[in-house]
Design a binder for this molecule. Structure first.
Ligand code: ACO
Length: 336
């Protein structure tokens, strides 16, 4: 049940902490060579070499026709709840970041809530494209620290394969499907230390899916459009600024970061961000090679992979950073 908002300030939790992580990928792994062969059969030229050199991507996962974002989200959420040793009835808030929801409405969060057998707690989607997970984490942190919830499922889940134009070689090679989740809970020990969110709607057009549904028809183009070079230039600058702002709010420095977990858009953006923050690449969690860009799912997926491989340990300081359509960006600094 939701605790009352009339809780005295003295009994509100000081922090929220990640109690468990989880993730889920679709079954079908598609290598660059396989994708290049499929595209080549339609007269569109690309190659493993081009994709690896420009992006660092070697493979991605695509869902089948019967799988939606909610299915991947449920798998990731169960995985995270197991890791946190909590049951569905312990969850009193669900926030799900996605740009590829199951349907126009209701929210994918409500569909996930139902599939998990949870009844009554607030559940809603956050739409901030590739920054969605850091937005969702920031909202959940605020809701827990103000007493609205004690234990939240925060999920990023995407099926970008549904909105890709497989005739546009400049975009279709970049993205994949997947989901990642964390259980976030009230804690007196750190915890999330600081967050920093931004948006600049002047750049709506550089990364968008401009179509919409109206009068029973799709109006406009429902496939992803991107000005890759404009995105690249903006992304690198704002990721550095968000990281520095978050460190300043928490009274920490770059030297305190054990692991940088950037949105997995492209290895060159990650290398450039790490260079600007004077972090060696062996402190950067990289999964873009195997997952491609899974938008709002990329950060929790990378986090879960690094936790389960034993690289990230309890007490490590993590910098999570998202950037994407909107234009949106943000960072979360936390002690794991
Ligand atoms: N295979 C082969 N050739 C290709 C491909 C491909 N898949 N895609 C584009 N090309 C060609 C272009 O047609 C162009 O050919 P031309 O010179 O004959 O016209 C040439 O490669 C260079 O194209 P550019 O678009 O200039 O390539 P660029 O070096 O900028 O790389 C890329 C493109 C990888 C998208 C780059 O701009 C980039 O990394 N941008 C960042 C954007 C990003 O990562 N977005 C992810 C989503 S946004 C987010 O998550 C934040």
């Amino acid at each position: 049940m939701n605790p009352s908002l009339s809780i005295p300030a003295s009994s509100l939790p000081k922090f929220t902490r990640i109690a468990g992580t989880g993730s889920m990928l679709p079954v079908r792994r598609v290598s660059n060579a396989e994708l290049a062969a499929e595209m080549g059969a339609r007269g569109i030229e690309t190659s493993d070499d081009w994709i690896v050199e420009r992006t660092g991507i070697r493979a991605r996962y695509f869902v089948d026709a019967d799988t939606g974002a909610s299915d991947l989200a449920v798998g990731a959420a169960r995985h995270a709840m197991d890791a946190a040793a909590c049951k569905p009835e312990d969850i009193d808030l669900i926030i799900l970041a996605t740009s590829t929801p199951d349907m126009v409405f209701p929210s994918t969060a409500c569909i996930v809530q139902s599939k998990l057998g949870i009844v009554g707690c607030p559940a809603f989607d956050v739409q901030a494209v590739c920054s969605g997970f850091v937005y969702a984490l920031t909202v959940a942190d605020a809701m827990i620290r103000t007493g609205t919830a004690r234990r939240a499922l925060v999920i990023g889940a995407e099926v970008f394969s549904r909105i890709l134009d497989f005739n546009d070689r400049g975009t279709c090679v970049l993205f994949g499907d997947g989901a990642g989740a964390v259980v976030l809970e009230a804690s007196d020990a750190p915890g999330l230390l600081a967050t920093d969110l931004h948006a600049d709607g002047r750049h709506v057009g550089i990364l968008c899916v401009p179509g919409t549904v109206s009068g029973g028809q799709v109006l406009g183009d429902p496939l992803l459009k991107m000005d890759g070079q404009a995105v690249f230039k903006l992304a690198v600058g704002v990721l550095e600024a968000a990281a520095r702002a978050t460190l300043a709010k928490a009274g920490r420095s770059e030297a305190d970061i054990d692991w940088l977990i950037p949105h997995q858009a492209n290895i060159r953006i990650m290398q450039s961000t790490a260079r600007r923050l004077k972090l060696p690449m062996d402190k950067v969690v990289v999964t873009v090679d195997e997952h491609g860009n899974t938008s709002a799912a990329s950060i929790p997926l990378a986090l879960d992979v690094a936790v389960r491989s034993g690289r990230i340990k309890r007490g490590d300081t993590l910098m999570l950073e998202g950037v994407g359509g909107g234009f949106t960006w943000g960072a979360v600094l936390l002690d794991y």
